[in-house]
Design a protein. Structure first.
Length: 83
């Protein structure tokens, strides 16, 4: 496990905002929040709100984000430390 991973024992949604931002920054060529939101089929400001902790995603939104980044839901919400 990398030292920058946010896994801390597995409480649901622990580190979600940080993991989402990390995935978005790592993903090339698309890094713009509004474009990622659009590609996931979410409102244009959804990713921004999730990263800032202003809003919590629905299960449907989590599934779309996990599918887009090709990671498991467990990783995305902080239940496991690996993708």
């Amino acid at each position: 496990m990398k030292s920058d991973d946010t896994y801390n024992g597995g409480t649901a949604m622990d580190g979600f905002a940080e993991r989402l931002q990390k995935l978005r920054i790592e993903r090339k060529p698309v890094r713009a929040r509004h474009i990622v939101s659009h590609l996931c089929g979410l409102p244009d400001d959804a990713i921004r709100r999730y990263e800032r902790g202003e809003s919590r995603p629905t299960m449907e939104a989590l599934t779309k984000i996990a599918d887009y980044y090709e990671v498991s839901l467990d990783y995305l919400v902080g239940r496991i430390p690996y993708r």
